[in-house]
Design a protein around this ligand. Sequence first.
Ligand code: DQQ
Length: 538
Amino acid sequence: PSEHQPYRTSYHFQPPQNWINDPNGPMIYRGLYHLFYQYNPKGAVWGNIVWAHSTSTDLVNWTPHEPAIYPSQQSDINGCWSGSTTILPWGTPVILYTGIDPQDQQVQNLAIPKNLSDPYLREWVKSPKNPLMAPTSANQINASSFRDPTSAWLGPDGTWRVIIGSKRHTRGLAILYRSKDFIRWVKSQHPLHSAKDTGMWECPDFFPVLVNSELGVDTSIMGPDVKHVLKVSLDNTKHEYYTIGTYNLGKDNYVPDKGQVDSDSGLRYDYGKYYASKTFFDSAKNRRILLGWINESSSVNDDIKKGWSGVQAIPRILWLDTSGKQLVQWPIREIEKLRGHEVHLPKQVLEGGSALEVSGVTAVQADVEVSFGISELEKAEVLNPSWTNPQELCSKKGASVKGGLGPFGLLVLASKGLQEYTAVFFRIFKGHNKYVVLMCSDQSRSSLNNNNDKTNYGAFLDVDPSREKVSLRSLIDHSIVESFGGKGKACITARVYPTLAIDDKAHLHVFNNGTENVQFTLSAWSMKKARLDLESKL
Ligand code: DQQ
């Protein structure tokens, strides 16, 4: 790896070097959080995959351990791919993961802790009965599309259930298996759910959320005040989408609610770079926590040069919005422990066509909260009914395209003369019978290095600007801009690699490139470094 590392993160999880991808089997066990993740011990590109392992008391500072799961049996000799943990009713955690066997078939394996009194659960023992689920000519499972078991859930009938991502032709499938003892698994005739033309479903996640509550619940909870969420990661497009719906225990199937879009154009946890995510129930704080992998946007050559690739997003809590129609996410409170010096800008007017530098924070490593109030809503641009794709709209109308109300927001990781910046902003449109708020993350000017993917991202935000403020929180971390619009109603994560706006040469501005004035208040905190790469293996 090269000496100067301007893109390494200070508080987004990453190991000292090499390739990482999916978070695996996150859980809390005896007060300690465990993160496993897909890892290549030998380089900065995907390959030689094992489950690397770190633990934490706060999901912010991490202690690394030796890999927990690595090829050692027939059933995983060609790789240990993604999977999940399940906490058994008496408190013992177990891992279900995908192994790649000698024929390169994808099969599902079980591992249990070697020593339950080791709080770090450093060693795992694989079941001699592995594989527990495998493609056969009888079950018609596609051997190269059968992976990523979820956490299992236990029905009131004493039967465990788990889903595995798959496809049949172009139809995405959540194959359902049942077991009484966690060892002998029987495939159900029908998948839990499927959707046409979505392709392979990687890393499915299926879990309950409470109606009208931000509290999380155990994965096996069912009942009248419970809705279910099914999330899938699409191998074809590298997007995730989720639906909210009903789990019918009798039929053992899941049906998305009316109006939920069961395809790539549906709801996303994150409208930027975010993939192979997974939730777990934090029984210590009664919350459901979401982890996700943030891929690079740089070239493979640049990844090899810097010696690493991939980071984990800041853990987010997630709950059902009061509308019942979408989820809401927010960075875990613990991350605020890293907030240092605060710069506060009290309520003021930001005139159309102006920008204001926020000085006094380490702009390269900051947590920024800003909220905008708009009074002149009549001046909003009329929304063309053909503008239905927010990402396309954000590409067409980047930060430099003037509007009526907006673009207004933040210029982050900006160089002194604004040769480089990433813009996270809003535009307000007059829609059919309501105002429409568009949230964008514009990477087109983020770096003078053109080897990077600088695609813009966008999302529509379900906020009514005539009744509430339009708020934005951005977690800036050297090469990451992780943004939360409308108090977590839409999230966009971007990777950027500035060449000038690095280290103490990065600047932060609030800007308004619309014709109309807006009001804003802002707080920005310099962020301290988290303990991410402590070498000690304990
Ligand atoms: N990554 C794993 C697979 C999974 C994919 C392999 C998703 O199990 O489907 O590293 O990123």
